[in-house]
Ligand binder design. Structure first.
Ligand SMILES: C[S@@+](CC[C@H](N)C(=O)[O-])C[C@H]1O[C@@H](n2cnc3c(N)ncnc32)[C@H](O)[C@@H]1O
Length: 308
């Protein structure tokens, strides 16, 4: 861990802001030998080198719902333009959409496969749309203080299993944001494995019962993880919001992403019908910040501002 910090700190001090107005739309910063400072055995690197993150938001109904709801939330809560740091931006699905909607987007990712996928996804952008991609860890982003209008943390916070690591990540987001800038941070529901195990009819096995109870009690997603397991800290909604307020952000608002709808058996069919999917999205919007509904959503977002 000390090595990781030193590596990233020296990179940060040697690199000024690299804002990009690219004629080829995408600028990939750094060479292929660069790393984000994560240990090769880090579960994030091991998991995502095997997981199909590129297809997650497009191939299955729950992913499509997450994507549509996230974009709906962006449309209503993000400023009309500005610099967005998409930290933990994965394969670039949201980043490319944001760049296509007029934002200058800088994506940071520790997984080189995701960097390759985001680079390929960005080919659909027009020349002149501003987009860059860089290998980095959320706790040490090589950009200057007060340089972003929006920071997205849609992944890093729940993959940092211990509170001090999440505090470090939030401190970094706070450093990067301009006064009044917006943080959008995702959490996974404390009850997601409980709900998902029943949704997928997996809960009848004794071992699954044990792992469900473990996740609800401890917040750890996986009881006995394999090196490539998905490992996350599962927040209660009020816990995620409190971490963000404690990090110095103000005006926080909790928003459920999928709401209850990710558990529907006929979600595929509903999303296949324009009128039914519009009606569902309207209903989800109307209850998205209802405190009594939040824990049923697979993901939630905390939106909060850096004080002016
Ligand atoms: C489930 S994916 C989400 C990707 C994308 N943000 C989205 O919302 O679809 C989680 C992402 O968080 C990234 N991540 C995990 N830990 C991170 C860290 N410490 N720093 C930066 N990114 C991290 C992973 O590499 C992965 O791309």
């Amino acid at each position: 861990m000390d090595v990781l910090r030193q590596k990233n700190q020296s990179r940060r001090s040697s690199s000024g802001p690299r804002l990009v107005t690219s004629t080829n739309a995408v600028d990939r910063v750094g060479d292929d030998d660069q790393d984000a400072g994560m240990n090769d055995h880090d579960p994030v690197l091991l998991h995502y080198s095997e997981a199909n993150e590129k297809e997650r938001l497009t191939s299955r109904a729950v992913g499509v719902l997450e994507r549509l709801r996230t974009w709906d939330i962006f449309e209503r809560f993000l400023p009309p333009s500005g610099v967005v740091y998409d930290i933990g931006g994965g394969a670039g699905v949201h980043a490319v959409w944001l760049a296509g909607h007029g934002f200058e987007v800088q994506l940071f990712e520790p997984v080189s496969l995701h960097i390759d996928q985001a680079t390929a996804a960005a080919e659909q952008l027009d020349a002149g749309q501003r987009f860059s991609i860089e290998l980095a860890d959320a706790r040490s982003i090589p950009r200057e203080d007060l340089s972003a209008d929006v920071v997205l943390l849609l992944g890093p916070l729940y993959h940092l299993l211990d509170r001090p690591e999440r505090e470090e990540c939030l401190e970094e987001a706070h450093r990067l944001l301009k006064p009044g800038g917006l943080l959008v941070a995702a959490g996974i529901s404390r009850f997601s494995w409980l709900m998902d195990a029943y949704r997928q009819s997996m809960a009848q096995v004794g071992e699954v019962q044990t792992s469900i109870s473990f996740s609800v009690e401890t917040g750890r997603s996986t009881k006995d993880p394999e090196p490539t397991s998905f490992q996350a800290y599962l927040h209660r909604p009020e816990e995620l919001e409190a971490e963000i307020v404690d990090a110095g952000f103000v005006g926080s608002r909790m928003v459920g992403v999928e709401g209850f709808a990710w558990m529907l058996n006929d979600l595929d069919r509903i999303l296949g019908s324009t009128s039914e999917s519009e009606a569902l999205l309207n209903q989800l919007r109307s209850v998205e910040s209802e405190p009594s509904m939040l824990g049923a959503s697979s993901h939630y977002l905390t939106l909060a501002s850096k004080p002016t």
